[in-house]
Design a protein around this ligand. Structure first.
Ligand code: PMP
Length: 399
């Protein structure tokens, strides 16, 4: 029955991780996979999360099914974190929020909703984007196209080309946007550009779908959600997928949310109903544990304050690493290359502009692992590794 099935080639980033773990060189540095590591190079367990975990254990109860749309208190907490507790759309009950299986599950559920209920079949994603955007939308039956986003020549955003392209799209095309900390380039739109896009989306009847996987890793939890709030302020109807994988360091717990901003509370109720149908048809009800941890942190004023502090520590560490790598590269290369992109980009990733061949030499000669596209994961850096990484990059730039 199954012997003719084609072999799955696997995920290139996970294959890179495997190669890294087999590499015996002691000074190896992993800058490929998008995980947040602390200054010791470990995946952190946040104190806020540990305290929530301990309280859960103390109260340890049974494990009933959650409702299809997830835990009500978690959904409320997600909505308030993403939109702001006082946002009129929140207060008016115009947002349908469901608990999702990570950010990925939110993207898929949103894609399913738009296809089954609105008949959408076309989505455009930034060029470049997180690879899995293609798989998730194709898996939901969409044709996935790219829109101009990153301009390699200027290491900036090709905003004019982006706007012009979006203006040609048919009504009800889904437009996938990164809220902040764009993966993989680290380059974000500014407020004026978001405002301009909001006008375009309204005029052309496009459907924005905002992906926020790194809330708090750019400029702050509220600051990084500003783009979403701006679209809501503009009166648009749109979708938001958010993830707690990175900012709570809870990757395997699969905690996320899907929010659909609607015209009024009645529409939001209808949307929530159809989201339940989507869930019922695939996995029935979401996993409880991760959402219980995130919900407990966000609902307790003390734990929430502690989490925001921990988020600041993570963000600051990534900024420090950007600055340290920038200074170390300038010290080695002087003005021969422009490393300003390291400081301009936000979040966990930097697009270095290194070619696949340079990336290969980094790996083979210096045991420094980047993704082939030249994406460097800033949070894989530690103070101890900066000199080695800067030496390695300087060496491959010279030859
Ligand atoms: N969107 C983007 C842009 C991402 O980078 C990621 C994670 N790498 C996700 C969504 C999915 O996050 P999760 O692991 O929570 O599914």
């Amino acid at each position: 029955l199954f012997s003719h099935l084609p072999r799955y080639g696997g995920d290139p980033i996970l294959a890179l991780m495997d190669a890294f773990s087999r590499d015996p060189r002691p000074d190896k540095v992993s800058l490929g996979i998008g995980l947040y590591f602390d200054e010791q190079g470990r995946l952190p367990v946040l104190s806020s999360v540990r305290q929530a975990q301990e309280a859960l254990l103390r109260n340890g109860g049974p494990a009933p099914y959650l409702p299809m749309e997830g835990s009500a208190s978690y959904r409320q907490a997600v909505q308030e974190l993403v939109f702001g507790a006082q946002h009129p759309a929140v207060l008016d009950g115009r947002i349908a929020t469901m608990q999702s299986v990570g950010g990925s599950g939110a993207l898929r559920a949103g894609a399913d909703l738009l296809r089954t209920q609105l008949g959408c079949t076309q989505v455009v994603v930034p060029d470049p984007t997180w690879d899995n955007h293609f798989a998730l939308f194709e898996g939901a039956g969409y044709q996935v196209g790219g829109y101009p986003y990153y301009d390699t020549a200027t290491a900036g955003i090709a905003f004019d080309a982006m706007r012009r392209f979006l203006a040609t799209l048919p009504a009800r095309t889904v437009v996938l946007l990164h809220a902040s900390c764009h993966n993989p380039t680290g380059m974000d739109l500014d407020a004026a550009q978001w405002r301009e896009l909001a006008g375009l989306f309204a005029e052309r009847n496009l459907i924005p779908f905002v992906d926020m996987a790194y809330q708090g890793f750019g400029d702050g939890a509220d600051e990084d959600a500003a783009s979403i709030r701006l679209l809501a302020d503009a009166g648009l109807e749109f979708l938001v997928a958010n993830s707690f994988s990175k900012n709570f360091s809870l990757y395997g717990e699969r905690a996320g949310g899907l929010s659909v901003v609607c015209r009024d509370a009645a529409a939001a109720e209808a949307v929530l109903g159809q989201l339940k149908v989507t869930v019922r048809r695939s996995y029935s009800t979401p996993p409880a544990h991760g959402a219980a941890l995130v919900g407990a942190v966000l609902q307790s004023p003390e734990l929430r304050a502690l989490w925001l502090q921990e988020l600041t520590t993570m963000r600051q560490r990534m900024r420090d690493m950007r600055q340290a790598l920038h200074a170390a590269l300038v010290a080695r290369c002087g003005q021969a290359h422009d490393f300003g992109y390291l400081l301009a980009q936000r979040g966990m990733f930097s697009y270095t502009g290194l070619s696949p061949d340079q990336v290969r030499r980094l790996r083979e000669r210096h045991a420094v692992y980047l993704v082939d596209t030249g994406r460097l994961c800033i949070s894989g850096l530690t103070s101890a590794a900066i000199d080695h990484v800067a030496d390695a990059i300087a060496a491959v730039l010279e030859t």
